[in-house]
Design a protein around this ligand. Structure first.
Ligand SMILES: NC(=O)c1ccc[n+]([C@@H]2O[C@H](COP(=O)([O-])OP(=O)(O)OC[C@H]3O[C@@H](n4cnc5c(N)ncnc54)[C@H](OP(=O)(O)O)[C@@H]3O)[C@@H](O)[C@H]2O)c1
Length: 345
């Protein structure tokens, strides 16, 4: 404010000087008038100046710190990639037959890990498994399980994983709503899946692998949250809350086990293409820099393991997340409401 007023005064002075020398007298009188009239507010002016300096310094430090996080997350892995095979021989991926999970399976197999895929449809699992075996010299196993069955399903999974050195667990499986809709239109089956598939799997799968990781003093647990978990998302309330749950769980668990050699990473991507059949819009089903394919995304995200424990995993999504973090909440809600209403149509 003070800066704007001073700039306006300067502009008037310049204009006066430019147009006519005879205005100089007027300038002098104006200067005198300004100095004299602002004398009582000098203390106030100094306080505002200090406030401005504090704000500018704080903003600069935040921007520099955000830039350094970007360099550490996305550029540093190119110079010094993490050797992911050091954590153990096997990687387990829930929902590994399609989409992001499939992308992770390929990216981890490329880095020398044997792969265990878990999903419902054995045919899809086998086809993904065969593709991985054809391309990489690794072992692949498939487990057919429906995570929506709840806690009972984990006994089978635990048996199948017993005796294997699990270095990396990717808690990827999750259900997304077909499109934004009011909470009361969500049926109980969908809400049950949000609980069992989006949230339950993360807890129970972690319990299965963590003990052995702690005894070996190394291991990685990657939990796929979403950009929907950063801020509340009206018209996708249950999904958004389930992703915030995944993020909070990951961050607390990381703190609990960081001294035991365990990495817990929360990955919070934006849209990935191609999404499911009933997509929100054509823009979100055409691959682009903002909407990458699952393979492009996963290849970027695995490189961030060990470099940043809470990240979108892909730099253009990092820019989106950063922009969101700059929006005040009182603007966020009406803005996102407007967008969600459009997508709901
Ligand atoms: N796609 C995006 O734009 C996006 C953005 C941000 C975050 N995410 C998150 O990323 C994760 C993966 O999303 P995606 O879009 O890649 O998913 P997707 O393409 O729908 O793939 C889902 C995978 O999970 C399996 N699956 C689904 N329900 C299952 C169940 N009840 N039990 C066992 N397996 C099940 C599917 O195989 P079967 O059908 O054979 O079981 C498939 O392998 C989710 O957690 C999602 O919330 C996605």
């Amino acid at each position: 404010m003070l800066r704007t007023v001073l700039q306006l005064i300067l502009l008037v002075l310049l204009l006066l000087t430019y147009f006519n020398d005879s205005f100089m007298a007027a300038v002098d009188s104006f200067n005198l008038l300004f100095t004299e009239s602002s004398r009582p507010f000098k203390g106030c002016r100094d306080a505002l100046l200090l406030l401005g300096i504090y704000y500018a310094t704080k903003k600069s430090i935040c921007i520099l710190s955000d830039l350094s996080v970007g360099v550490r997350t996305y550029l540093w892995p190119k110079v010094s990639p993490t050797d992911l095979s050091q954590y153990g021989k096997w990687a387990v991926i829930t929902g590994g037959s399609e989409g992001i999970g499939r992308g992770y399976a390929f990216a981890l197999a490329e880095r020398g890990l044997n792969i265990i895929l878990i999903a419902r449809d054995m045919r899809k699992l086998q086809s993904t498994g065969d593709e991985i075996r054809d391309r990489f010299d690794v072992e692949v196993e498939q487990i057919s399980a429906d995570f929506n069955e709840g806690p009972s399903i984990y006994r089978l999974i635990e048996q199948k994983l017993r005796g294997k050195e699990i270095g990396i667990l990717i808690n990827n499986v999750g259900v997304m709503p077909a499109r934004p809709s009011p909470f009361l239109t969500n049926d109980s089956d969908y809400l049950q899946r949000i609980l069992n598939v989006n949230m339950g799997t993360v807890l129970f799968m972690t319990q299965i692998v963590l003990e052995d990781m702690v005894s070996r003093e190394k291991g990685v647990i990657v939990n796929i949250s979403s950009i929907a978990g950063y801020n509340p998302l009206p018209l996708m309330s249950a999904y958004s809350a389930s992703k915030a749950f995944v993020d909070y769980f990951s961050r607390s668990l990381q703190y609990e086990y960081k001294d035991k050699g365990i990495i817990v990473q929360s990955i919070m991507p934006s849209y990935i293409c191609p999404s499911r059949e009933n997509d929100f819009s054509a823009i979100l089903t055409t691959p682009s820099i903002l909407c990458p394919t699952a393979n492009v995304f996963a290849d970027s995200a695995v490189q961030t393991i060990g470099k940043n424990n809470r990240t979108p995993g892909y730099w253009p999504h990092g820019l989106i997340a950063w922009s969101i973090s700059q929006i005040p909440q009182f603007i966020w809600y009406p803005l996102v409401w407007m967008i969600q209403e459009q997508l709901a149509c």
